[in-house]
Unconditional design. Sequence first.
Length: 190
Amino acid sequence: MTILNSKIFKALGKTFIKPFAKQLTKLGGKNEQGYLRKYMIKGGNNIYYINNIIYRVFQNKKIRGYKPQPLPEDRAVEMFNYFIVEVFFLYGFLGGFAVYEAIQKYKKIQEEQDETENIYQTVHDNTIKIDKILEDLDEQQKLAEVNSQIQVELDKALERYVQLNMIYDQVLADQSKKYGYVQQNQEKKE
């Protein structure tokens, strides 16, 4: 009947659209009583004309000079009402779907922002940990330098100890020659 009619809309029309269309018909009134009736009749005839033109285009029929007969008033009002209700439901569905998609997109964007914030937080935490590790490495390097200096000092001290021990042994040997203590000291060392 209208541009939007299909089997689904016809099935829905029988259950959902009829009560709304009847309410619109009451608004238009009957037999010139309603103040919207003449506009509903014009709209119904226009919808019928456009519907027939579209039907003829899809059936590969000529549309030049085609002028369908105007519908009876009640039928034109009914067609207008059904069209208005169908458009209302269609826009309601499309609007609801658009809102649903917008909400889903917003949630997805929010999740991506949360993920990026988590990544930035993780990077920040890791940089702090890396800085601490680098500080520990610097401290260990300084300790290693201090240990190497201590080792050098210990090696020098050991050389001096060996030199002093040799000097001591020499002095002891000289005194023992002088006084005869050589055998006793050698027995003590062994």
